[in-house]
Design a protein around this ligand. Structure first.
Ligand code: SF4
Length: 359
C-alpha cells in the first residue's frame, strides 16, 4: 500500500501543459516531490487550495527574498551532522530526504545538489560529542525526515542513543504522519522498535508537522494511534503560512483536531525569511492576531501552542502585540544568559521577522 512518488512536475497530469512548463523552471531551483496519497488530498479545481500551496511549486519562489540559511544554522555544527545550539538539546541531521517537499521548508538548502552535505547517515562523530556532553538530555533526529530512514537504520540509531544514560528524550522530526501515514502504521517492526526504546522515564517524541486540518485524514489518525500505542508522545509544530493556515477558523480547526487525537499543539513558528518563501509571508501583527483568534475558539488543550521565532540568537516567543508595540521573551537562547529575557520593541505593519523590529 506504499504510495508512488512523482519527482518530475511534467508528470502531474492535473496541471495544464502551460503550468507544467512554467513550474519546471522552479523545480530546477528547489526540488519537487509528491506521492499519490498526498496528491489526492489536493482540490485540483481550486488553484489556491491550501494543500496545493504546501506542495506544488509557485512562481513566487523565484522572487528575491531572504537567504537559504535564515537562522544561521551553519554556526551550530559541533560534529558531522550534529548541531548544538541550546544547552540540553542536540540535533542530529540524519536524513536529507522527505516524504514530499514542502515549498516553505526552512531547510530546503539540504535538498539541493551542492557540495555541502549538512545531513549525514554516519552519526558516529555526533554520538561521540553527545556522549561527552552530559548536559544534553534530549536529542532531535531530523533532516530531512527521520522516519524516511529504513527501519533497520532507525533501530540502530535508537539503540545507540539509548546506550547514553544522560539522553532521556529522543525526538523524531517527521511529516510522514501527514505525507505517508501508511509508512508508520503498516510497519510493525518500526512500531516494535519504538515501543522498545520509549519507556516510562525516557520517552520518544514524534514531532509531527501537520500544517492544515485536511491533512488529518483517517489514515493520519491511524498513524497517530499506532505511534501512541507504541508509547510515543506526539507533539505538533507548524509555521503560520499565508494562504494555508493564516485564517483563525482553519488554524483553530487544526489545533482542535490535534488535541482530539491526543497530539500536543506545541509550536507555531513565524515563517523564517528563507529564500523561495516570499509567497508564504504573514506579517507579525497579523500572525499574532490570527493565532489569538484561533486560540479563542479552541479548548484549553488546543491553546497550548507557543508562537515563536527561531532566530539565530534563540527561540523568541511572541507574548503580545499592541498597536506598534511587540512584547517578546527568549524561550531558548544561544547565549544562556538570555534565556527568559523580556523584550519590548516597536513593530510596523509589514514587519515579519525579529530583525524588522526596532528598540
Ligand atoms: S517535511 Fe520538514 S524538512 Fe521536509 S520539506 Fe517539509 S518542512 Fe522541510
Amino acid at each position: 500500500l506504499q504510495p508512488k512518488y512523482v519527482t518530475r512536475i511534467e508528470e502531474l497530469g492535473e496541471l495544464s501543459p502551460d503550468e507544467r512548463i512554467k513550474l519546471r523552471t522552479i523545480t530546477g531551483h528547489y526540488v519537487f516531490r509528491i506521492n499519490n496519497y498526498y496528491r489526492n488530498l489536493i482540490d485540483w479545481d481550486n488553484p489556491t487550495d491550501a494543500i496545493r500551496r504546501l506542495i506544488i511549486p509557485s512562481e513566487s519562489e523565484l522572487q528575491e527574498y531572504g537567504s537559504l540559511d535564515a537562522s544561521e544554522e551553519i554556526e551550530n555544527y559541533v560534529a558531522k551532522g550534529c548541531q548544538h545550539k541550546y544547552k540540553s538539546t542536540a540535533v542530529l541531521l540524519v536524513s536529507n530526504v522527505c516524504g514530499a517537499y514542502c515549498r516553505f521548508c526552512f531547510r530546503k538548502r539540504l535538498f539541493r545538489n551542492t557540495d555541502i552535505h549538512e545531513a549525514s547517515l554516519d552519526i558516529s562523530e555526533g554520538l561521540e560529542y553527545i556522549r561527552e556532553h552530559r548536559e544534553i538530555d534530549n536529542v532531535l533526529l531530523t533532516g530531512g525526515d527521520s522516519l524516511m530512514l529504513s527501519t533497520a537504520k532507525i533501530a540502530d540509531i535508537l539503540q545507540q542513543l539509548r546506550q547514553i544514560p544522560h539522553v532521556r528524550i529522543i525526538r523524531m522530526g517527521s511529516k510522514l504522519p501527514a505525507f505517508n501515514p501508511m509508512r508508520i502504521y503498516e510497519d510493525q517492526a518500526l512500531l516494535a522498535r519504538l515501543k522498545q526504546y520509549s519507556g516510562p522515564e525516557s520517552r520518544i517524541y514524534v514531532m509531527s508537522h501537520f500544517n492544515h486540518p485536511r491533512e488529518l485524514t483517517s489514515e493520519a489518525y491511524r498513524a497517530i494511534e499506532a505511534l501512541q500505542s507504541s508509547g510515543v508522545v506526539m507533539s505538533n509544530q507548524t509555521p503560520l503560512l499565508r494562504g494555508v493556515n493564516d485564517d483563525p477558523l482553519v488554524l483553530s480547526e487544526l489545533l482542535s483536531k490535534l488535541s482530539y487525537a491526543g497530539v500536543i499543539p506545541y509550536y507555531i513558528f513565524q515563517n523564517r525569511p528563507v529564500a523561495g518563501n516570499y509567497g508564504f509571508v504573514v506579517p507579525l501583527q497579523k500572525a499574532f492576531q490570527v493565532i489569538e483568534e484561533a486560540k479563542a475558539i479552541t479548548s484549553g488543550l488546543g491553546k497550548r501552542i507557543r508562537f515563536v521565532m527561531s532566530h539565530s540568537t534563540g527561540k523568541i516567543e511572541v507574548l503580545a502585540v499592541e498597536g506598534d508595540n511587540i512584547y517578546l521573551r527568549y524561550h531558548q537562547a544561544r547565549d544562556e544568559r538570555n534565556v527568559g529575557r523580556f523584550l519590548a520593541m516597536h513593530i510596523t505593519s509589514d514587519a515579519a521577522w525579529f530583525d524588522d523590529l526596532t528598540n
